[in-house]
Design a protein around this ligand. Structure first.
Ligand code: PHE
Length: 336
């Protein structure tokens, strides 16, 4: 038993001197000195020894117990002070690292704001693909085969009859194909046109399309919803006007202007001295379009509109160059 005790003691002291973490010291303490620890059990077994041997053996066991406890305590202190050394080597006068918080792109935010106004008015949201077929982008929207908008100049062709959509109107067709009237949806998304790049136009931009088809939908309903939108987005004091226009898929068609926000209608560079800025195209869905999706033009009518998100975002934030939205210069983007 004497040898056993001495062996345990020596081995423990060696082991403790090698420990690197405080939690390992605790494990060793439990293994040796815990309620069922090796040394504890030996001390308990003293009662089985002949009476004469008990005092000497008890004494030895206690000495070893004390030696192990001391080794544990010393090692613990040594580990603690080396941890403290590391802490004091931190330069607490060093300036902190800046935390950059990401944010939504201004076009994303304006798109969301527009969509929220319409969902509050009872519209659903639908999305469609950016790569479209000629059928959805043009044919079903009543573009005659020789319409100039189909020219290679405006449209990016990926293959014969496959294009990057030039507007969000093809989503109208997809929605009407997949559900029967009444439909009331807004369709946000990115569109592409092979246009000259300048402060007012870029090859990529965003639109929010709107469509409402039901019994007895009138041009008055269209005006009502668009006036409500402009009032909510730009405020009550901004004037709005409807101008007659043309789109192959609406009849009659209109373009909608709002009073120039920069010059309050006096005439400036942004509004080209007219005092008005165009923000969207709209009209009553052409019966030929309804027929393409097997809606009965005798039974239902509808209105549609498509607004330019970039233009609206420029007005909202007083930005005079559309290209800023696509350069991803953080100095610009962080302002929003
Ligand atoms: N798609 C048209 C454009 O991009 C806008 C529009 C949408 C016009 C819906 C009328 C109805 O110019």
């Amino acid at each position: 038993m004497r040898e056993e005790l001495e062996r345990i003691g020596q081995q423990a002291v060696n082991e403790i001197s090698l420990v690197k973490r405080e939690s390992d010291l605790e494990k060793i303490r439990i293994r040796l000195l815990g309620r069922k620890g090796e040394i504890t059990m030996l001390l308990r077994g003293l009662g089985n020894l002949p009476v004469g041997e008990r005092p000497a053996m008890g004494n030895l066991a206690n000495q070893i117990k004390i030696k192990v406890e001391k080794a544990l305590a010393e090692r613990k202190q040594a580990l603690g002070s080396s941890e403290r050394e590391e802490v004091t080597s931190l330069d607490i006068t060093m300036p902190g690292r800046e935390n950059w918080v990401g944010g939504l792109h201004p076009l994303t935010r304006v798109t969301q704001e527009i969509v929220e106004i319409f969902t509050a008015l009872g519209f659903q949201v639908a999305l469609g693909p950016e790569v479209e077929t000629d059928y959805y982008n043009f044919e079903a929207l009543n573009f005659p085969k020789d319409h100039p908008a189909r020219d290679m100049q405006d449209t990016y062709y990926l293959a014969e009859d496959v294009v990057l959509r030039t507007h969000t109107s093809p989503v109208q067709i997809r929605v009407m194909e997949s559900q029967s009237p009444p439909v009331r949806v807004v369709m946000p998304g990115r569109v592409y046109r092979n246009e000259e790049i300048n402060p007012r136009s870029f090859t990529v931009f965003y639109q929010v399309e709107g469509l409402y088809v039901d019994r007895d939908v009138t041009f008055g309903d269209l005006k009502g919803i668009l006036v409500a939108f402009v009032e909510r987005f730009f405020g009550l004091s901004v004037p709005i006007r409807f101008r007659p226009s043309f789109f192959p898929f609406t009849e009659p068609s209109a373009e909608v202007d709002i009073g120039c926000i920069l010059c309050a209608g006096k005439g400036c560079r942004l509004c080209k001295k007219t005092g008005w800025l165009e923000i969207l195209g709209a009209g009553m869905v052409d019966p030929a379009v309804l027929a393409h999706v097997n809606y009965d033009p005798e039974e239902v009518s509808g209105y549609a509109f498509g607004m330019g998100v970039d233009r609206i975002a420029m007005l909202r934030h007083g930005i005079d160059d559309i290209r800023l939205f696509y350069e991803n210069d953080l100095r610009f983007l962080r302002q929003f």
